[in-house]
Design a binder for this molecule. Sequence first.
Ligand code: TYM
Length: 333
Amino acid sequence: MGEEKKILYSGMQATNTLTLGNYLGALKNWVHLSEDYTCFFGVMDLHSLTVRQNPTEFRQNAKKLYALYVAAGLSPEENVLYFQSHVSAHAELAWILNCFTYMGELGRMTQFKDKSAKHADNVNAGLFTYPVLMAADILLYQADAVPVGADQKQHLEICRDIAERFNGIYGDVFTIPEPYIGKAGARIQSLSDPEKKMSKSDENPNGAVMLLDDRDTVLRKFKRAVTDSESAVRFDPEKKPGVSNLINIYSSVTGKTKEDVEAEFDGKGYGEFKAAVGEAVADELAPLQKKYEKLMAEKSWLEERIRENDQKAAYCANKTLRKVKKKVGLTEP
Ligand code: TYM
């Protein structure tokens, strides 16, 4: 009998088109994981509801995200690519886990503090319990490994705490997930404010490169990227956050080491360096964008893959949910 592969779980919010940060920090690194793991990747549409959405745009964005997953190279035959909201077990387990999570630990989440400051007019309960839904996502599939960028580490830690607490009461119900540390690109910063992470919700439209930006837009955004008053292309995140971020991006895209990048641009000015980073990123995105356009033109193929994958996901998730319901003493229907 062949050795069973370990299980890996991750996903992205279905809010808008993805940023280069989502791509280099997550998506690009997911593509080869199915060689070593049984992979589940969700379109996290329930999480997106913590921010008010326009229903028509939201539906489109969720489908676009699915197409971007596939265009970036995630095969819907070799991975389980599905919609979170199509598997009702997520919401059900999240409720149960809410009852095993303390207000104090949720209040300590930095993302909650940041987001509630940013959306002060809509600090809803979903924003507060966001990490519990995320824990339900991961635990339903008995995931061993969860690849996430640095910004999501704290959420993974609380997921482990909740799972250990639950297992401590009811026995070994959940696998305790480990963070999966990817290679480069763990944290891509904003081009306009390199002290902040590159984010879809950046107020400055030049701060974030979007995956579907055309070539000219990509080049322009890199040309305007904030650097410093020196002119040396040197990796030093403390003193030179802007340039270091660009080196990080360039090295993630080209596969070159940071030292190689420094050597390549030794004695050359920032103008030349920024143009080269822009070109490299635009070249990386071009084939992905072409594939994306093709997929969006063949919607029925995508719809069929979504249906199949939703079923595969539901099968696994419901197995765990049935076990949890039994353990906590809910009656069977
Ligand atoms: P989301 O949609 O905010 O981000 C998706 C992934 O992209 C990474 N990321 C970045 N990496 C590097 N640099 C950046 N600037 C950058 N911005 C975003 C994130 O670390 C993440 O890996 N809560 C999750 C979605 C989620 C999830 C889950 C993830 C819901 N349930 C279960 C794993 C497991 C999130 O905020 O994704």
